[in-house]
Design a protein around this ligand. Structure first.
Ligand code: SF4
Length: 89
């Protein structure tokens, strides 16, 4: 069965660097190599956004500063629905 290319689905964390305190909780938590650590700024970088597991927002939940945002689950579902129709997969 054909699949939607992961790169077409905008599901990944966005870090608000104004709120981030640089505690590394997200970087230490994620096992999928989504984050890199920027030693210069002392903040995470979303290095591999498409390694993020679809629907997973666990790093946002471990962030005590509320600095990580994701699309909503409803937006994700709507995107997948639209792409399925457009790509006929
Ligand atoms: S968990 Fe939140 S506050 Fe900590 S480094 Fe990541 S984004 Fe910044």
């Amino acid at each position: 069965m054909a699949r939607i290319p992961r790169e077409l689905i905008p599901w990944y964390p966005t870090v608000n660097t104004d709120l981030c305190t640089g505690d590394r909780a997200c970087f230490d938590f994620c096992r999928n190599d989504v984050f890199a650590w920027d030693e210069e700024t002392g903040r995470p970088i979303v290095k591999n956004p498409y390694s993020c597991v679809l629907g997973c927002d666990a790093c946002a939940q471990v962030c005590p500063a509320g600095a990580i945002a994701f699309p909503t689950q409803e937006e994700l579902k709507a995107t997948v629905r639209r792409l399925r129709e457009e790509l006929a997969v």
